[in-house]
Write a protein that binds this ligand. Structure first.
Ligand code: ADP
Ligand code: MG
Length: 364
């Protein structure tokens, strides 16, 4: 029996194991599509959880169990009217757990494969962008009555500007890889905007935006589409935590409305795509417009700048630190990523008035 077959056999699946194939293009976990026989039996997604990043797997799993349970209950309510939307279901092990800890120390979990679904790595057009906005909107809508405080903060201070700046400034001070002198321009760029970037944290500290259940990885390839290109599910719930909705909205725009890749070397190819921005925002607000608070609504455009800044800052910090956190494919990769984020941010600054106008003009 292969190792994967052995792992699968410890979960409560229907049908018999047929094959395990590497699946998807996620960067964090190892993902396999598990097919079973007979052929009409359902398929599964098996994942080895990256526990170098997620240090407390039981807490992570507990968050996913709580959130998927809640999503399911809400979908069953008649008023939800979302019967085409799928909640990914976790499969239990034969001993009733939602994850398996193998003798090598690896953690594994299994989901139902959402039949007939696919994801995209690139946002090809406005329709797909709008659908992704709807999907993450549904996620926020269905969890909006959940007590966010009941979830574990599995990655503490994940999007906290204060801690990220503190880490950045610490590395600039100690210069562990001797790279500070080579990035004076980027450091100045970051410092010039540091004050402005406290806006969301300040709203939170003043109690002016609510703590909510947030996804924290609102990348486009975490949305599943059906064959009609309708968004039918949100996956990758590892980072589900208490947080601020603006972080999710901003990160979706940062990753989904950039005309270039996240590490595009030719900065002239990088800018905010206002068409994709508008489409995402309109899909998102169609679902969330009636429960979003005024302050949240007013900061949607800003949140895109914020998340772009924050991730750029993290790439720059890691470059200064000698590339210890993000995987790199070549020397200077993190610096290139930081420059791409900062370039994207500059184009958002240039177009900020229009971005705000777009949000205001969407009728909710
Ligand atoms: N339950 C599922 N049904 C169908 N496809 C899935 C399911 N879960 C994950 N996938 C696919 O696998 C890819 C990687 O899974 P994901 O959970 O996003 O891992 P990572 O954390 O590595 O990004 C997703 O982008 C999606 O295409
Ligand atoms: Mg993913």
């Amino acid at each position: 029996m292969s190792n994967l077959q052995n792992i699968v056999s410890q979960f409560n699946i229907e049908g018999r194991f047929k094959s395990a194939l590497p699946f998807g293009s996620g960067h964090i976990n190892d993902t396999y599509l598990i097919t079973t026989s007979p052929d009409d039996a359902r398929d599964y997604v098996l994942q080895r959880i990256n526990h170098a990043i997620f240090r407390n797997v039981p807490e992570l799993i507990s968050n996913i169990v709580k959130v998927t349970r809640h999503l399911k209950q809400r979908l069953l309510c008649k008023d939800a009217d979302l019967d085409w939307f799928h909640v990914i279901a976790m499969i239990q092990t034969r001993s009733g757990e939602y994850f398996l800890h193998d003798p090598l120390g690896n953690y594994w979990r299994m989901y139902d494969f959402v039949p007939g679904s696919r994801s995209y790595d690139v946002v090809e057009n406005r329709e797909l962008s709008c659908e992704a906005g709807r999907a993450f909107g549904i996620f926020h809508h269905l969890t909006s009555d959940m007590n966010a405080g009941s979830l574990f903060e599995t990655l503490p201070d994940f999007h906290h500007i204060g801690s990220r700046l503190e880490a950045f400034r610490g590395k600039v001070r100690t210069d562990p890889a001797g790279r500070v002198a080579g990035v004076a321009g980027e450091i100045a760029f970051a410092e010039l905007r540091a004050e402005e970037m406290h806006a969301i944290l300040r709203l939170a500290q003043q109690g002016r935006i609510p703590l909510r259940v947030t996804h924290n990885d609102t990348k486009f390839n975490n949305v599943l589409f059906n064959t009609d290109n309708r968004a039918i599910a949100v996956v990758d719930l590892d980072t589900v935590m208490p947080g601020y909705l603006l972080y999710d909205f901003g990160d979706a725009i940062r990753t989904g409305a950039n005309t270039g890749a996240e590490d595009e070397a030719d900065l002239s190819k990088v800018q905010i795509d206002l068409g994709l921005f508008e489409a995402y925002a309109s899909g998102y607000l169609e679902i969330t417009g009636d429960f979003l608070t005024r302050e949240e609504f007013d900061h949607l455009a800003f949140s895109a700048k914020y998340m772009t800044y924050l991730i750029g800052l993290r790439f720059l910090t890691d470059h200064i630190d000698g590339d210890r956190y993000f995987k790199t494919a070549f020397p200077g990769h993190n610096l290139q990523r930081a420059r791409t984020q900062f370039r994207l941010l500059e184009t958002m600054e240039r177009d900020f008035g229009t971005m705000q106008e777009i949000i205001r003009s969407i009728r909710i």
